[in-house]
Write a protein that binds this ligand. Structure first.
Ligand code: GDP
Length: 138
């Protein structure tokens, strides 16, 4: 069944000029880009997005990084989109990511790891709503 997920091309990848190559990987893997935009978010907005990680030791670093430059939030659609995007992204730490994954190709470290992807249906719904209004999702 067709499913939507939420993704972000993170500031490190945008800064290095990898946004186009990452989008190409995503489209090659069969995802339809339902919506996409380029935005810069504040630290407070990053904290709201990552609220589930508030107690983690890297929360400050993560939210500092995510507000350090432009990002491309996007909504993607395909069968099994949530799990398939996670597979295409690769492990959080690029040193452990499989060959051929986006993080293996484009990520530099566990923090600056090129791409975000929702990990479950409820998080996808929250994350889509955090960045996109209904009229942007036709
Ligand atoms: P993901 O689902 O693979 O993105 O990983 P998590 O949900 O565990 O963590 C969310 C994000 O926090 C990761 O994608 C990283 O950008 C960041 N992160 C995770 N672990 C660390 C860490 O040990 N140090 C830093 N600086 N950032 C981290």
């Amino acid at each position: 069944m067709s499913q939507r997920t939420f993704s972000i091309i993170k500031p490190d990848a945008v800064k290095k000029g990898h946004a186009g190559a990452i989008l190409a990987e995503i489209e090659k893997a069969g995802f339809k880009i339902v919506s996409i935009k380029k935005v810069s978010i504040s630290k407070a907005q990053a904290e709201g997005f990552y609220h589930v990680h508030a107690a983690r030791p890297f929360f400050g670093e993560l939210t500092e990084f995510m507000s350090s430059g432009p990002i491309f939030p996007m909504v993607l659609e395909k069968d099994n989109a949530i799990a398939d995007l996670r597979k295409l992204m690769g492990a959080t730490n690029p040193a452990q990511a499989e060959e051929g994954t986006i993080r293996k190709k484009f990520a530099a470290s566990i923090g600056e790891n090129a791409i975000h992807g929702s990990d479950a249906e409820e998080t996808a719904a929250f994350e889509i709503g955090y960045f996109f209004a209904g009229y942007e999702l036709k």
